[in-house]
Ligand binder design. Structure first.
Ligand code: ATP
Ligand code: MG
Length: 560
């Protein structure tokens, strides 16, 4: 046992126990086995962290295996996206494998099973087979085709392979036990006919192996020692072992399947199939829409790989299914961006302010610290002039003592700049405030060291000089679903819980240096939250996504 055994999760305990029982450490090998039928989501991140984390812990290889046995749903686009996401999360696989690489070996083994009278071709309809399957409490009955001769089975299976049969007319079934208490053991299907081109093997095959037949044998071929999957496969373990028994050579490593709980995130769905529906129905723009819980969506939203890895580590691995609150994920990204994101000023709901005693035409470039959490981030210059924007909600004509922002007759500090005092305001014919007139204290410049600059005022506001501001499209996001657990309702489809207001597009005014921001750059708009440059952004039109809001109020930060 290693020293930090207290911190081990139950999966690591399984490995430790095997090592304690003389399993050779150098034979440890893991895999992460996605089906390339969609993009990876935050649930997969848990499985990735688990498997690659074990690889790192035991210095053991981890394969990236594409479980590509269903050509109807799988595409090269998804293979590429999955590889990109695993790399981006910071993991390196040993070898890239495909279940389709093993089609010939699986076929040869199927022949071997037929010869051993462990498999047979059934040409009944699926309804007939279902009727013979029995129920969890009633045994099934044998197919009339169960006792076909080896010769006949070989001939039929060969015809299946040669494309002589229509889809749905013939299957190869394992001959196990129609009375087993485990329904999955009642002569499960190993192969079906599918006249579909595969993204890698093209039209080489028109029979495709089923998941159960493929998965364990692929683990065995790759000599994976521990094959971790989610709980819904617990009942499949008996079949996994039965299939291995048929081909297992005692000199080789025998893979071991163990199960852990699927991770579900609140206010979203984590299933490729359901996420595909959101894309197909136009609920979101694409798999990497920043509202999606996909790894690519989170990346585009501004999440860092570190924040996602910290999230999976914090929630850990469980034995029972449960719902993880999305706020835990948001906490991690906020925490990380607080350390690494440069601070900038942006105004998203502008109100014009004019300083009547500031000379017209004059401008100053003031020092502004880039990140109070990181001295090495340095500082920048921010332009100040007579006219600037503040947020509408930061001004009121009158307000009670708890309102520490700008109100008539009172002072606030402008971040990195001067103390100003509101003197009057102008309204439009509907009574909306459209401009505030202020005076400023020229001696109060931040960092100038004068007595006035050290004077404490209650509020500090962010602002952007109007003359210098750059405009950007800013996309604000809300949860994609109004329900905490949209896909758990018996009587309602998850699509009924879509939040119609999950995207709001507004115009923002930013510090001028942001005109050079690059796609993927992450910043903190002070007092507003963390934002990043979207992939739609260009030098003609800047586009920012809101990643997450701030935890701390500005007041606390300003007092430091
Ligand atoms: P989906 O329903 O989203 O397609 P899946 O399990 O069919 O999920 P796979 O591509 O087969 O997706 O998954 C690859 C690996 O990731 C499997 O080992 C699977 O158990 C694991 N995995 C998938 N979803 C989750 C989740 N929500 N939490 C933890 N692990 C998951
Ligand atoms: Mg799947």
């Amino acid at each position: 046992m290693s020293d930090d055994s207290k911190a081990l999760n139950f999966i690591e305990h399984i490995v430790e126990e095997d090592l304690a029982n003389n399993f050779p450490k150098e034979q440890l090998r893991f895999r992460f086995p996605p089906e390339p039928n969609g993009y990876l989501h935050i649930g997969h991140a848990s499985s990735i962290s688990l498997n690659f984390g074990l690889g790192l812990r035991y210095n053991a290889p981890v394969n990236l295996r594409f479980d590509d046995t269903n050509p109807a749903k799988e595409e090269q686009e998804f293979v590429d996206a999955i590889k990109k996401d695993v790399k981006w999360l910071g993991y390196t696989w040993d070898t890239e494998r495909y279940a389709s690489d093993y089609f010939q070996q699986l076929y040869d083994w199927a022949i071997y099973l037929i010869k051993n009278e462990k498999a047979y071709v059934d040409n009944q309809s699926s309804e007939e087979m279902a009727a013979q399957k029995g129920t969890p409490t009633q045994p099934g009955t044998n197919s009339p085709n169960r006792d076909r001769s080896v010769k006949e089975n070989l001939a039929l299976f060969n015809q299946m392979k040669n494309g002589e049969f229509e889809e749905g007319t013939h299957v190869l079934r394992a001959k196990i036990d129609m009375t087993s208490s485990n329904m999955l053991m009642r002569d499960p299907i190993m192969y079906r006919v599918l006249h579909k081109a595969h993204h890698r093997t093209n039209t080489d095959w028109c029979i495709y192996p089923m998941y159960d037949w493929t998965h364990g044998e692929s683990d065995y071929i790759e000599q994976v020692s521990h094959s971790f999957c989610t709980l819904e496969f617990a009942m499949h373990r008996e079949l996994y072992d039965w299939f291995l028994d048929q081909v297992y050579d005692a000199k080789k490593v025998r893979p071991k399947q163990r199960e852990f709980a699927r991770r579900n995130l609140s206010h979203t769905v984590v299933s490729k199939r359901k996420l595909a529906q959101l894309v197909e129905n136009g609920v979101v723009d694409s798999w990497d829409d920043p509202r999606m819980p996909t790894i690519s969506g989170l990346r585009r939203r501004g999440y860092t790989p570190e924040s996602i890895r910290n999230f999976t580590e914090t929630i850990g691995i469980a034995k029972r299914d449960n719902l993880i609150d999305v706020s835990l994920l948001e906490f991690q990204v906020r925490n990380h961006l607080n350390k690494v994101a440069p601070r900038v000023m942006a105004v998203l709901d502008p109100l014009k302010v004019v300083i009547t005693n500031y000379p017209e035409g004059e401008e100053e470039w003031l020092d502004a610290e880039n990140n109070p959490e990181d001295e090495s981030a340095g500082s920048r210059k921010v332009p100040f002039s007579r006219e600037f924007y503040i947020e509408k909600e930061d001004f009121r004509e009158e307000a009670n003592k708890k309102f520490f922002r700008l109100k008539l007759g009172k002072e606030v500090r402008l971040k990195n700049a001067y103390i100003i005092k509101a003197e009057s305001c102008t309204k439009d014919t509907d009574g909306n405030i459209i401009e505030v007139q202020c005076t400023y204290d020229p001696k109060s410049k931040s960092g100038s060291g004068t007595e006035e600059s050290l004077r404490k005022v209650k509020g500090t506001l962010h602002w952007v000089s109007i003359k210098h501001a750059v405009e950007a499209e800013v996309r604000l996001y809300d949860r994609l679903f109004t329900d905490e657990s949209p896909d758990t309702h018996k009587d309602k489809d998850f699509l009924e819980f879509i939040n119609p207001d999950s995207l709001q597009v507004i115009k923002g005014f930013l510090e001028p240096h942001l005109k050079d921001a690059k796609i993927g750059d992450r910043v903190q708009f002070q007092r507003l939250g963390y934002f990043c440059v979207d992939t739609d952004s260009s030098s003609e039109k800047l586009v920012f996504n809101k990643t997450v809001g701030l935890r701390d109020s500005w007041a606390k930060i300003a007092e430091k």
